[in-house]
Design a protein around this ligand. Structure first.
Ligand SMILES: [Zn+2]
Length: 133
């Protein structure tokens, strides 16, 4: 099955979680996400200085809310969205799996594959769920 955004993530080896595709810069040693073709967003180093580094998909939930109106094309509300720290100092907007009762501020999350339907196609989207253990 196809990934919805293959430039952002891949299935982990056991297929139960997702790894995020970050980039590590050989010049400034900084990690960035997502991996881009344009070089290092931190120091401006050339693309050949940045190598792909898989991030484990763990994140800390900072804040979240439920959207009840149809704001996002292709998404059926309610949808739970949030902000999470996916690596130290790296904050991304994320979508959470299921309903808000599962979540609380500060909890650890794991990126997981969730099947979604886009038009006729079924794809694997990236959602975050409470981390096990
Ligand atoms: Zn750099």
């Amino acid at each position: 099955m196809e990934l919805e955004k293959p430039d952002l993530y891949r299935l982990s080896e056991d297929g139960r979680t997702l790894v995020l595709r970050g980039g590590r810069c050989a010049s400034c040693k900084e990690l960035s996400f997502p991996l881009t073709r344009y070089g290092c967003p931190k120091c401006g180093a050339e693309p050949d200085q940045v190598s792909e580094e898989m991030m484990d998909g763990r994140a800390q939930l900072l804040t979240f809310l439920t959207i009840h109106t149809k704001l996002i094309p292709g998404m059926t509300p309610p949808v739970v969205v949030g902000e999470a720290e996916i690596a130290p100092g790296m904050i991304e907007e994320i979508m959470l799996d299921g309903t808000e009762e599962r979540y609380s501020d500060g909890m650890m999350l794991q990126a997981v594959p969730v099947e979604i339907t886009k038009g006729e196609a079924t794809m694997i989207a990236c959602r975050f769920a409470p981390a096990e253990g």
